[in-house]
Design a protein around this ligand. Sequence first.
Ligand code: UD1
Length: 343
Amino acid sequence: MKNKILVTGGTGYIGSHTVCELIGQGYQVVIVDNLSNSERFIVDRIEQITGTRPAFYEFDLKDAAKVDELFDKEPDIKGVIHFAASKAVGESVKIPLTYYRNNLTSLINLLESMSRHGVQNIVFSSSCTVYGQPDKLPVDESAPIKPAESPYGYTKQVCENILRDTIKSEGGNLHGIALRYFNPIGAHPSGLIGELPRGVPNNLMPFITQTAYGIRQQLSVFGDDYNTPDGSCIRDYIHVVDLAKAHIAAIDRMIGGKNKTDFEVFNIGTGNGYSVLEVIKSFEKVSGVKLNYKITGRREGDIEQIWADTTIANNELCWKAQLSIDDMTLSAWKWEQNYRKQL
Ligand code: UD1
């Protein structure tokens, strides 16, 4: 049995896939989640997939005393993978203080408690949103951080800075890796876990699968007048299982003492850009379902195109995304169908 890892937000979309990969690699996993945007049954599903039930604590990381209590109860945690955060861009514009309080306080509480308990390694969920619309594509980690388009995006920038400053002040006692995710989509090959948005999805992939399943009437494609080959926006979609594996590489790197500096940042994408219309085409091909969609106006705050230069992650983490856009859309479809059938 390898080391014990605390996964915050471990019943969420990326968190649950990462927990499965960790358990698969022999790690002992402790999850903390307040279930604000996920479901308790995901713990059962993780057990079904891996044959091991992770320890599960239900509480809110804004509660500093509970965070301390957790580290007291689980004294041998070697590293933390911190997913727990609010992530809806539009919502963050409406309730910015909720976003600032939640995303910042949770990280601060964790770092304080980690320091008190001698826990030295943390992986942080960051986002390519920190780059805004980059001047140069593909974008690498040295690209300037652009003014955030939303309070959500700003929390990612500030959290990276909180981490950087704290690590510096700890003089070698704390190591951190921020993973800047591009656009995670897809689901576990078992079809047992996947993205589970509450209400109307904001993101493209769940909107596509829900439309195909008949839950939404029509998908709106937000703009076909961008300066891209087919006019729709381009993103670097990455399979959530590939993304989950990047977290294992990051935690292994720190625990194994292979990190080059105390705070490192890596882009996590495939390095390929696909347009909205190309994602739809892939979905239609793998599912055999004709999708009802129409072109509408642009969505405010959308950037035109972004995809990652992943050279540093590939070389340093010895990690590379393996799965194709068709793997992503097919697994998302399988998950949507499985999930709906059992409701
Ligand atoms: C957004 C956030 C990003 C965040 C991520 C996860 C912005 C600028 N970025 O990424 O910071 O980390 O969500 O929550 O908000 N689209 C449609 N129709 C739809 C939905 C989406 O055409 O119904 C298009 C969008 O215009 C975009 C692409 O699909 O071009 C992907 O959109 P989405 O899945 O929402 O992700 P991002 O906006 O890239």
